[in-house]
Design a protein around this ligand. Sequence first.
Ligand code: SF4
Length: 293
Amino acid sequence: MQMLDWRICSSCKDSCRYCFASEKLPAVGLDQERIILDKIKNSNIEAVNITGGEPLIDAERCFRIIDSLHHSGKSVYLSTNGYQVLEYLTHIRETVSLLGLPLDGPDEESNMACGRNRGSFGQVLQILESHAAKDIPIKIGTVVTKKNLSCRNLEGLAELMDHHPVNIWRIYEMLPENRAIQNRADLELAPKDLEELIHIVRRISEKKHRWHVELVTRRMRNANYMIIRPNGTVIIPIDDGNQVDEVLLGSLLDMSLPELIEKWNKVARERNDIFYSKRRLSDLGFNTLEVKG
Ligand code: SF4
């Protein structure tokens, strides 16, 4: 295990309909936060992705966690909706190895197609145009659903990023997990939609860009993440081809990280095949996702 995700809170002021963050869970208190931090810092984990909800909604806490991990030599990735990034850019530049920002379309209206708030697009653009952000490695994340799957949308995004300092463009197939399950009828990609997406991404990747594009399908994500939830419990999301269930492995408050990793490995091995038997899709060679296990 090289990397884990830590959803440090559940709250977020955005309203993405594909959101798969943990439903309202209380965040751990300061003492419990220290226990979790110590266990991560004393482990071989190389990188931690700080996410939420929106992790910067409590910026003081978010940077307390980021600073502690950074000073212990871990790489810290921050996945945020971007609303408070400009305010903390200097701090982010000093401590964060990869800043993840969302863009679902190349303009305000298309960016709102899956529920992002008005203003989100302009906020991310402002960060990309900020001089101070130029030396922060930036990953743009795009969740593709039925609502924003089109050549025009994705090629428009590619063109927009050609003019900005983006390092990685990661395109995610929408996952039916948590809140996203309620909206799946409207959003979920059918097999033929996924084939279209693969075709579009392949065409985009054939051109020369300053960024690297990665398509991350449901199949690739299955049993591939170990996630600490806001309350300290640890899950592995398992996609059985119908929906994604968060299988509880235990709590980092009363188990050691090696114990949880051992459990994670066991469940990942046992459950990884289920997906393939229910959802026979080929990913046509897009196997660029870093395997975290
Ligand atoms: S996807 Fe991210 S930005 Fe959107 S509602 Fe969920 S936590 Fe907030």
